[in-house]
Design a protein around this ligand. Sequence first.
Ligand SMILES: [Zn+2]
Length: 386
Amino acid sequence: MSAEFAFEVTARDGRARCGRLQLAHGVVQTPAFMPVGTRGAIKGLTMAQLNDLGAEIMLANAYHLHVRPGDEAIARAGGLHAFTGWKKPILTDSGGFQVFSLAGRRTVSDDGVVFQSHLDGRSLALSAESVTDIQMRLGSDVAMVFDECTAWPVTRDEAAAAMQRTLRWARRARERFGVIARGEAPEIPRATPGQAQFGIVQGSTFQDLRDESVGGTVAVGFEAYAIGGLSVGEPPELMYEVAGQTAAQLPEMAPRYLMGAGMPNDLVEAVARGIDLFDCVLPTRNARNGQLFTQDGPISIKNARYADDQGPPDPECGCPTCRTHSRAYLRHLFMSGEMAGSTLNTVHNLHFYLDTMRRIRKAIEFGILADFTRAFLDRYSRGARH
Ligand SMILES: [Zn+2]
């Protein structure tokens, strides 16, 4: 176990909880949303802007950083924190999802995956052990195990095989993690000696496979557990059901991370079912496409109706974008392809996601999450229909 890792539940409301997650580079208040900086940067933002938004943790991707600039180059720079200038916690995803969704031709065996780089087509190999080494070199606060992520829908046999393989890889990744943490692999530089490692539960939408995956992954023993293989195209109601039933079986005293979700309403629904951590590209990616999230649903800033709209993007938002600029100006920036438009939209969307998490935490502390959830979903879905 990592000596610097601790998780304390500070408030409960139904199955939802607030927590204090201590990581090597600081504390994260949960439930938390982790902005996605796949290649060690939030697209369109500086680290100072991300910090000013109140983000307490950033996500980066081990696969992308391994391909470019290389984890050994980042280790020589002193690790991801020194390299990027982000001082707070970083979680690195293993790249399992990217290898199975974005890489070219691939061969999967128990040894690992051999595949073509999405950048230049060169042949790369990743295994449970090598992905553990890569993340140690990167020096993130949290390393995710390498997993086999299935698409949806998938047959039960395929889901079972991927789940079992993920479990075998989890045992090997934890073994390797222990070897490095005990200082028995001095050839691997450790920029963050207090790194924690999270296991990943698979099993697609087959609850009996999820149950088996929970049992096996918890038996290996990680600092925390993620639910992978959801938010890959299944209906939202099915995602909530599987995430909720799986979360209920995970250890009470470990954080639970729903990978890749989601829409603002997904966050609210999943917190009520016991989820503590989220990540998603939606607020940042959609910002660059001109979509702004508000409590009344998303708006598309490129719409002609905003051409003379001198009001702020979201009248109830206190973010720097909404305090300073009009819909008309943001629309103009988008239509002219000005870089500042992407930055301003990203600032607003991340503020909206982080602020929604703050409001959720307050609602849990006051014991009014059910009322908050009902009001939030009602208003958001009414606006989203426009
Ligand atoms: Zn705003």
